[in-house]
Design a protein around this ligand. Structure first.
Ligand SMILES: C[S@@+](CC[C@H](N)C(=O)[O-])C[C@H]1O[C@@H](n2cnc3c(N)ncnc32)[C@H](O)[C@@H]1O
Length: 293
């Protein structure tokens, strides 16, 4: 594939300006080129501080095997979910996509920017947990629910910071991986869900509902599913309970995504405590904190 150097330079410039982490930039370069050797050849030829370009090349070299797995995942279209005709089709697609994806690499299946590395994923996970702590939503008397828990990487560190945590997911491959990872966490459990709603959970049973990089798949399945989940989140939250949403949609402008989240929040009478924030260094996730009054 012949990739214009200008496209590579544009992505790398975000690293050089410290606007994106090395992992995010390497992931984007892999998505653009689908060729790790071509990236390694291109990097030394780019404009920019040579030491910073060498850092990026080093990051690629250290994670080359994981990047090659990502190329295989991209070629199977596992990184590019499409808009579905309706909710049922969208849920079925997500299930298939994530079953296939977790079979290739547990780390990359939940965060492509981990480049398949357990260490990079752990560092990114620590950042998310740090933000949840900063936002004041954790505590030993809080019961938490994760919508779309994947391999349970967030639930593992969370189980010592809340009274209980339960994760749901539509993918049985993800649930199997999460079950393994959560073996030592007696206050954590996972449930395979239909993906349609939160009917497994009682009204006013949770102090925290959080969802990391899962709503984009609901959005691809149509607004009816998104609206139903906002109603369901409101229903399962106790008074003063929090809903943390990290990433709402892919391929929307920030302004549009924020407008949609705020409209959904107002529709179900959730208070907006934080909106449209970018609190991470490693990951480009955008966050909202909504609260039931
Ligand atoms: C990108 S992964 C993120 C996993 C996890 N939140 C994390 O950050 O490690 C998205 C997850 O959402 C799950 N998912 C997609 N649609 C869902 C739905 N309607 N209900 C529950 N889980 C869903 C997928 O199976 C997948 O495990």
């Amino acid at each position: 594939m012949d990739i214009p150097a200008a496209d590579i330079q544009r992505i790398v410039d975000r690293y050089l300006r410290s606007e994106a982490s090395a992992s995010m930039v390497v992931m984007e370069l892999v998505q653009l080129t689908e060729d790790t050797a071509a990236i390694a050849r291109a990097l030394p030829m780019l404009a920019g501080e040579p030491a910073r370009l060498r850092e990026l090349a080093g990051h690629l070299a250290e994670n080359e095997a994981g990047c090659r797995t990502i190329v295989r995942m991209i070629r199977q279209r596992l990184d590019a979910p499409e808009v579905a005709g309706d909710a049922e089709e969208g849920i079925a697609r997500s299930r298939k996509l994530f079953d296939a994806s977790v079979a290739q690499s547990e780390e990359s299946s939940v965060a492509l920017y981990s480049l398949g590395s357990a260490e990079l994923l752990a560092a990114a996970t620590d950042e998310v947990i740090g933000v949840l702590e900063d936002w004041g939503v954790l505590g030993p008397r809080r019961d938490a629910l994760e919508i779309g828990c994947g391999i349970g990487r967030l639930m593992v560190p969370l189980c010592s910071r809340v009274r209980s945590v339960v994760g749901t997911d539509v993918s049985s491959g993800m649930i199997a991986a999460a079950t393994r990872r959560l073996e030592g966490c007696s206050n954590a459990s996972v449930q395979l869900t239909t993906g349609r709603d939160l009917s497994e959970f009682g009204s006013a049973s949770m102090d925290l509902v959080y969802s990391v990089d899962t709503f984009p798949y609901l959005v691809l399945s149509g607004q009816a599913l998104v609206e139903r989940h906002f109603r369901e989140v409101r229903r399962v939250l106790r008074p003063e309970g929090d809903f943390v949403l990290f990433n709402y949609a892919y391929g929307r402008s920030r302004e549009d995504a924020n407008d949609e989240v705020l409209a959904h929040a107002h529709g179900v009478e959730l208070q907006v405590i934080r909106a449209d924030e970018s609190p991470f260094r490693m990951w480009n996730g955008i966050g909202w904190l909504l609260r039931r009054g």
